[in-house]
Design a protein around this ligand. Structure first.
Ligand code: CTP
Ligand code: ZN
Length: 153
C-alpha cells in the first residue's frame, strides 16, 4: 500500500501484525489478550484492500514486542499473518508464525466438566492438531470456531 493510502500511522516501537484475514482483527486481539486496558496505543484497520488477500486486517500494538511464543499462538486463527517488530520506526525483524505443539491459557475448554472449568488453579492446555486443538485434560476437541473459546489472560 503506498503512503498516500495509509489508513493508520506508522508506529515508532512495537509490533505490526499484517495480512490478517479480513474481519479477524478483534479475534486476534482477544487471542493475544490485548483489550486496551494496557493503556498503550493499539490501532486496528479492518477490511482494507490487499493485493494478496483481497481484503486484510492490520493490527499495530505500540510499545510491545511480541515474543515467538505469543506469535505462534496466532497460528490458531491467523496462520498466514506477517509479524513485524518495529524499533525507531524501522522494521527490525519479521517473525514467522509457527504452529506450536501446545498452547497454554488461551483456549477455554468447552467441556463444563473439565477440571480446567472447576474453579481450580489449573491452567488450560491444548495440544495443537492439524485441524483444531485438543484439551490435554479431558480430550475435548475444538475444531471450528476456536475464536469463540478464547480467554484473554
Ligand atoms: N509499519 C508500521 N510502522 C513502521 C514501519 C512499518 O506500521 N514504523 C508497517 C507497515 O505499514 C506494514 C508493515 O509494518 O504494514 C510491514 O512494513 P514493511 O516491511 O515496510 O512493509 P512491506 O514490505 O509491505 O511488508 P511485507 O513484506 O509483509 O509485504
Ligand atoms: Zn477440557
Amino acid at each position: 500500500m503506498s503512503d498516500h493510502e495509509l489508513r493508520v500511522s506508522k508506529i515508532r516501537n512495537g509490533t505490526v501484525l499484517d495480512h490478517l484475514s479480513g474481519g479477524s482483527a478483534l479475534n486476534v486481539l482477544a487471542l493475544l489478550g490485548i483489550d486496551g486496558s494496557e493503556g498503550t496505543g493499539v490501532s486496528v484497520a479492518m477490511n482494507v484492500p490487499s493485493d494478496r488477500l483481497g481484503t486484510k486486517d492490520v493490527v499495530k500494538v505500540e510499545g510491545r514486542e511480541l515474543s515467538q511464543d505469543e506469535v505462534d499462538v496466532l497460528s490458531l486463527i491467523a496462520p498466514r499473518a506477517s509479524v513485524n517488530i518495529i524499533r525507531e520506526y524501522e522494521v527490525i525483524e519479521k517473525k514467522r508464525v509457527e504452529r506450536p505443539e501446545s498452547v497454554q491459557g488461551v483456549v477455554v475448554c468447552p467441556n463444563s466438566n473439565c477440571i480446567t472449568n472447576a474453579g481450580e488453579p489449573v491452567r488450560s492446555r491444548f495440544a495443537v492438531l492439524n485441524d483444531g486443538v485438543r484439551c490435554e485434560y479431558c480430550d475435548e476437541i475444538v475444531r471450528e470456531g476456536i475464536a469463540e473459546h478464547l480467554r484473554a489472560e
